[in-house]
Design a protein around this ligand. Structure first.
Ligand SMILES: Nc1nc2c(ncn2[C@@H]2O[C@H](COP(=O)(O)OP(=O)(O)O)[C@@H](O)[C@H]2O)c(=O)[nH]1
Ligand SMILES: [Mg+2]
Length: 401
């Protein structure tokens, strides 16, 4: 029986389309993990079955300092507090976003331990700012201006090149790329905050940003926890970065390491820094850096690390290279690369028990001490945010400690 010509044509078209689709699927696309079992799949975030925050989370092991039985009174001269402070770089206009954050942290932790708050600003704080912040804590509040020489663009930066590169990044939808103050803020957080005279006598800091939320009661002194174990750094969230903002950060780092190979710690996190399997296109676009980083809007850190010769030399190298302005290097990848190279990875701690949110990501443990977040939920918003989660690599190469 003869088949009508249009039907024959349709049949041929179907075969061609099928062949084309089979070819496309087999060819693979960038960002695909080669797998030995079945077809390759692009990374779309942590598998639910691997999510450690679904398991019950308690307090860390070992001796913990409690408010009960120790003197943590706000004004006590001989209190059990160690030399540590809560620090926040913040603008006067953000006061209404800072107050709920302070209340969260006071309710869940600091009202028990009364560590001082130190606020930093490139402009003087208003009396209203001082009044409202001091009103939500029994602890001492201190208000500090960032020295001009710590904030101003260094004299070797060319303003025309800054503007041109900012424009190019803006065309790629890079947030804040043309906002000079954002670049200054990232540089200050990278290489200046620990040089502020107000922090001179402190060893540990906990960085706090307006708008963040804390969900869980923490009933031990986290600074004593860090100090007792000689910890360098603590984080809650581990993310991928936008490679366009740090194109030359890793190449500059490699140049630095070529001259200073002895700075690399023997128990480093190089595998985590340079992984090219989970999101190969990211590592390629960032010229060898996986872009994985500790999300630095939360950090509990040892200032001694940042004041070390290694870190100081590294920061100065990066600062001279100009990427804080000609690209949009963030303090998060800069801190993270430095920690990954110069710190002992056993001295970096995941605070899985500190329920935390900075839009749009969360650290929400499964614990009766937590309220107001869903255990194991990593992001709030569009589903593509799931693939910004770099924790699978951190857990694989460094661990869940
Ligand atoms: N004083 C001051 N603080 C700033 C400035 N820019 C950013 N910050 C602070 O730096 C932190 C990070 O800025 P933010 O706008 O939250 O950036 P994002 O978290 O990357 O979206 C926040 O604590 C801000 O309050 C600035 O120009 N002056
Ligand atoms: Mg922020």
């Amino acid at each position: 029986m003869a088949i009508a010509r249009p039907i024959r044509m349709l049949g041929a078209a179907c075969i061609l389309i099928t062949l084309f689709l089979v070819f496309q699927i087999n060819k693979g696309t960038p960002g695909i993990i080669p797998s030995t079992q079945g077809p390759s799949v692009p990374y779309e975030g942590m598998n639910r079955k691997d999510e450690p925050l679904l398991d019950p989370t308690g307090e860390p092991e070992g001796h913990l300092w409690r408010a009960d039985g120790n003197d943590y009174a706000p004004d006590s001269e001989k209190s059990a507090r160690t030399n540590a402070a809560l620090i926040s770089l913040v603008r006067n206009e953000e006061l209404h976003e800072l107050i709920p954050t302070m209340k969260d942290l006071e309710r869940t932790w600091n009202s028990k331990f009364n560590y001082p708050w130190i606020f930093f600003n490139d402009k003087p704080f208003t009396e209203e700012f001082k009044r409202q912040t001091q009103a939500v804590t029994k602890a001492k509040c201190q208000y500090e201006i960032v020295p001009k020489e710590h904030w101003d663009m260094p004299e070797w930066i060319n303003m025309d090149i800054f503007r041109e590169s900012a424009e190019m990044l803006k065309e790629q939808n890079i947030q804040y790329s043309d906002k000079l103050s954002y670049h200054q803020m990232c540089r200050w957080n990278s290489g200046m905050f620990y040089k502020h005279p107000a922090l001179k006598d402190y060893r540990y800091y906990w960085r706090v940003e307006p708008k963040v939320k804390f969900f869980c009661d923490v009933d031990y002194d986290v600074f004593r926890f860090m100090e007792d174990r000689n910890m360098t750094y603590g984080f809650t969230i581990n993310l991928f970065d936008a490679p366009q903002t740090i194109s030359t950060l890793w190449p500059e780092t490699k140049k630095f390491l070529a001259v200073n190979p002895s700075y690399v710690h023997e128990n480093n996190m190089m595998d985590w820094l340079t992984d090219d399997k989970l999101r190969p296109e990211h590592t390629e676009a960032a010229n060898g850096y996986s872009t994985c980083h500790f999300w630095s809007n939360f950090e509990i850190g040892d200032l001694t690390f940042f004041r070390s010769q290694q870190y100081e030399d590294y920061f100065n190298h990066l600062d001279r290279a100009g990427g804080f302005f000609y690209e949009r290097w963030g303090d998060a990848p800069v801190h993270s690369i430095a920690l990954g190279l110069f710190a002992d990875k056993s001295k970096v701690h995941w605070f899985r028990d500190i329920g935390y949110n900075h839009i749009p990501y969360l650290n929400c443990p499964n614990s009766p001490k937590c309220h107001g977040c869903t255990p194991g939920k990593f992001y709030a918003g569009e589903p593509w945010l799931a693939k910004e989660d770099c924790r699978p690599n951190y857990f694989k190469f460094v661990g869940t400690h």
